[in-house]
Design a protein around this ligand. Structure first.
Ligand code: PHE
Length: 514
């Protein structure tokens, strides 16, 4: 189908001329229009007519009603039936009449007419009693047949319909031999502003028109309140920010308060030592952690707390035997880009134990950026965001942790959690959180959690009957799933597509996002 090129105004004038020529002032069927020698009876032409009558009716020069007609046309299978006969007829044709030669197996018929035609044609031909069967071989049961499907298709091809009626059309549609398409045309009549010419309507009242007085004679275009506005160029939220907001709301709904995570640089003391991560732990190596060169050292931690942390590392206490390795202040004071937001949770827990009035139960969360000295690829960045929750209260247990996880993730639409024992230096027990993904028939890791160790909590001064549970996950992963982003580098960094950010849909975590 070639794209029609007749100018819109030409079609409008033709409609007006046709109305003018009609004694009743009505164009009964817009398919009868002829514009510049072109018959307007096809579907692309009627689209032009629609544009014309829409425009004219906005000026109230015409009014119109749209008429729909359904037209049947042949599908590729229908065309094949027209040319080669129906599949059942092809099957029959491929055989010998019973008693006049050898029978053919389904496989042999397939070799002649193709697998699809043979498989679909055989049962129909059988039902029509065109075939007989001896064991695995088929014969023609009758010497002649009437291929009604082919005849019907031929009729549709010629007339667009079937005299036999809707039931037969329905059968052909069900066999996918024909398909239906809606066509439109219009009945047009004169409107209150009818004229045979179109005056240009002014769209703006200008200062020149006012000073010259031209406005008095001008005709103005009616204001279209339904017109879509120009999209604004205002700020748009990055997908990570949208998902972050959803997570925040889940935490708020569950009674959590937000922790102040607005600093990326931490001391090794808060990032590692206070969490009972041994000073010899491999995660502290340069290839895993970004250390700061200038300035390179933090101020000294609170002395009494530092002493207690140092003791628990070197020689233990509170039932622990510690790491029995030397503990160094310079190592504690090294500055680094925090490797997890748990560094902030740790300070908040310390504050909780040392606030005026002493410890009070708390539920706290944070969503912020962390840094790891890792090679970047499609699913890893050297910086990403952690979503983290911490709950501190008297006598809570591992069962509370699991219960919390279930409730938290259920609010994101994630069910079927599974837990696997894991290891973190600062939690015991530790659980990796998995989700069984029915669609993928796979279990995927979605987070990490645990009960903070007494070696971490006791030196802070958290009462010994208080247990603290925590969990963390990345913000990027659910965002990538939600927005179907394959490469994390197109989500964060210089490859982010600004237009994509502008157009990214809003997010609701009511469907599974992981
Ligand atoms: N800090 C952990 C991580 O980096 C997450 C976590 C937080 C685990 C709290 C247990 C408790 O993955």
């Amino acid at each position: 189908m070639t794209t029609p090129t007749t100018a819109p105004e030409t079609v409008q004038l033709a409609v007006l001329a046709a109305l003018d020529a009609s004694p009743a002032g009505v164009l009964e069927d817009s398919r009868t229009l002829v514009v510049e020698g072109r018959k307007m009876d096809g579907a692309p032409e009627q689209i032009l007519v629609k544009a014309a009558v829409d425009s004219l009716s906005r000026r109230e020069m015409v009014s119109y009603t749209q008429k729909d007609t359904m037209v049947n046309f042949l599908t590729p299978e229908g065309t094949a039936t027209l040319q080669n006969g129906s599949q059942e007829a092809q099957f029959w044709k491929a055989l010998n009449l019973v008693g006049e030669g050898e029978g053919k197996t389904l496989k042999q018929v397939q070799d002649v007419i193709g697998e699809a035609a043979a498989k679909a044609g055989q049962p129909t031909a059988m039902k029509k009693k065109w075939l007989t069967r001896e064991g695995a071989t088929f014969f023609k049961a009758v010497a002649t047949i009437e291929d009604t499907a082919q005849a019907d298709v031929k009729e549709v091809e010629a007339t667009g319909t079937l005299k036999g009626g809707d039931k037969l059309l329905y059968d052909l549609r069900k066999r996918k031999l024909i398909s239906q398409k809606k066509f439109i045309h219009f009945t047009v009549s004169k409107g209150p502003n009818f004229a045979t010419t179109i005056t240009k309507l002014e769209t703006d009242l200008t200062s020149e028109m006012i000073t010259s007085g031209a406005w008095k004679k001008a005709s103005f275009k009616k204001y279209n309140f339904a017109a879509a506005g120009v999209p604004t160029d205002g700020g748009s939220l990055h997908p990570l920010l949208k998902v972050r907001e959803e997570f925040r709301n889940i935490f708020f709904e569950m009674g959590f308060t937000e922790m102040p995570t607005n600093k990326f640089v931490e001391s090794a003391f808060w990032n590692f030592d206070a969490m009972f991560v041994p000073q010899q732990h491999p995660a502290r190596e340069m290839q895993d952690t970004f250390y700061i060169k200038d300035p390179s050292t933090a101020g000294a931690p609170p002395q009494d707390y530092y002493d207690r942390v140092s003791t628990i590392h070197e020689s233990g206490g509170h039932g622990s035997i510690g790491y029995r390795a030397p503990f160094s202040l310079p190592e504690s004071q090294r500055l680094l880009l925090r490797t997890h937001t748990t560094a902030v949770s740790t300070q908040m827990l310390y504050n909780l134990a040392n606030q005026p009035g002493g410890f009070k139960p708390a539920k706290m969360f944070s969503i912020d950026r962390v840094f790891r000295n890792e090679a970047t690829d499609a699913t890893h960045l050297a910086e990403f965001h952690q979503v983290e929750g911490v709950v501190a209260d008297v006598g809570i247990t591992l069962a509370d942790l699991i219960g919390f996880m279930k409730e938290f993730f259920a609010k994101m639409g994630i069910e079927n959690l599974r837990f696997k024992p894991a290891y973190n230096p600062y939690t015991e027990p530790s659980l990796e959180i998995f989700q069984y993904h029915a669609e993928l028939d796979k279990t995927i890791e979605i987070g990490n959690s645990g009960m903070f160790r007494p070696e971490m909590l006791e030196p802070m001064g958290i009462p010994s009957n208080v247990r603290v549970l925590g969990w963390g996950l990345s913000l990027e992963r659910p965002t990538m799933v939600k927005y179907k982003i394959k490469d994390i580098r197109t989500l964060v960094g210089h490859k982010v597509d600004i237009e994509g950010v502008r157009k990214a849909a809003g997010v609701r975590l009511d469907k599974p996002v992981m």
